[in-house]
Design a protein around this ligand. Structure first.
Ligand SMILES: Cc1cc2nc3c(=O)[nH]c(=O)nc-3n(C[C@H](O)[C@H](O)[C@H](O)COP(=O)(O)O)c2cc1C
Length: 341
């Protein structure tokens, strides 16, 4: 079970420490809102390129063309929420953090200051690590310190850091990086307990989170392979972490947060009916369309709807139809038809 019931990041207090993981292309505002409503206490934006933020300020392009600005926008109703940045140059990271905190970032329609700036030191994607960004930073502890110090000096809001266990099994250094992060001013650290070389292979290394927890005083958020309330309870009890972060387990099943919350409070949990799942999914699709327009909204919503209908009778053929739909009404027809099967 969880040892301590309250965790703090700066002035933000969280009862259970239930975080929605940042997932590029997935955790947009619509999905974050659903997760918040269903028990996620804190969310993180999709990752935002620090360089793109800085360069867009210099560009003569029309604001409307920015793909990055909407990712960094924070609405009042979704606080507490962090904006995650990635990059490898301390000056760009600090400048981007300042622009995001102040709301000066051109084209960004933020209504509110983010609760924190989160620094991505865990992304395993080739394009990112090839530039020395994301999890590649874990190979360079001195640079890690410089980046965190630069960002912490640039903003007033808390700075948090998301890392992996290490680069590969020969170089597991999460505890060392966490110590550097704390010394450099970070307010919390998330540990995705896999190495970069293991990418998303099943099986995490919980002992790495335990080691990080022993090494630092700032809150530690455990992440990796939480697909059930039992997984979350086990993450808390085996590692002693202060919070848990959930990524793939929430895809199509944002009720996982409610389920974990119920387990932590020793309450019973009733899983959502098929109807509730479909209604929640369609409401999310409508919100995506409202925010992004029908063409982009429909295109980006397909995967979400396919995740929501998983395991419902007739899902396989419905998924095929959803992937081929070009309008909301087609998606709605396919999804609601599942209820009469
Ligand atoms: C589609 C996808 C996109 C992701 N994008 C990001 C990202 O933008 N920033 C980040 O720090 N981690 C990102 N991650 C990693 C997750 O935040 C999380 O650390 C990882 O999925 C492990 O947690 P899980 O086992 O609960 O999914 C992404 C993961 C997935 C599956």
């Amino acid at each position: 079970m969880k040892a301590n019931d309250l965790m703090k990041i700066g002035n933000t207090e969280l009862t259970h420490g239930l975080f929605l993981a940042p997932m590029a292309g997935v955790t947009d505002r619509s999905f974050r809102r659903v997760c918040r409503r269903l028990g996620a206490e804190y969310t993180v934006s999709e990752m935002v390129s620090a360089k793109a933020v800085c360069y867009e300020m210099l560009s003569k392009k029309k604001v409307i063309e920015s793909k990055t600005a909407p990712l960094a926008a924070v609405m009042r109703d979704e606080l507490p929420m962090a904006v995650q940045i990635f990059g490898s140059e301390p000056e760009f990271m600090a400048r981007a953090a300042t622009l995001i905190e102040s709301g000066e970032y051109r084209g960004c329609t933020s209504e509110a200051t983010p609760s924190a700036i989160d620094i991505n030191m865990g992304c395993p994607v080739h394009k990112i690590v090839g530039n020395g960004e994301g999890s590649a930073l874990m190979k360079n502890p001195a640079l890690v310190g410089k980046i965190i110090e630069a960002v912490c000096s640039a903003v007033k809001i808390p700075v948090t850091v998301k890392i992996r266990a290490g680069w590969d099994s020969e170089s597991i250094n999460a505890a060392e990086i966490a110590h550097i992060a704390e010394e450099s001013g970070a307010s919390a650290i998330t540990v995705h307990a896999r190495t970069r070389s293991s990418m998303y292979e099943p099986g995490i290394l919980p002992y790495v989170i335990t080691d990080v927890k022993k090494r630092v005083k700032i809150p530690v958020i455990g992440n990796g392979d939480i697909f059930s309330a039992a997984d979350a309870l086990s993450m808390f009890s085996t590692t002693g972490c202060d919070g848990v972060m959930i990524g793939r387990g929430a895809l199509g099943y944002p009720w996982l947060f409610e389920e974990i919350c119920a387990a932590l409070e020793d309450r019973s949990f009733t899983p959502p009916s098929f109807e509730e799942r479909i209604n929640t999914a369609l409401a999310q699709v409508r919100d995506m369309i409202k925010l992004k327009g029908e063409r982009i909204g429909v295109a980006e919503a397909k995967k979400h709807l396919a995740w929501y209908i998983k395991n419902i009778n007739g899902a396989a053929s419905a998924r095929h139809e959803i992937m081929n739909s070009s309008s909301y009404s087609e998606m709605e027809k396919t999804a609601t038809s599942l209820l009469s099967k």
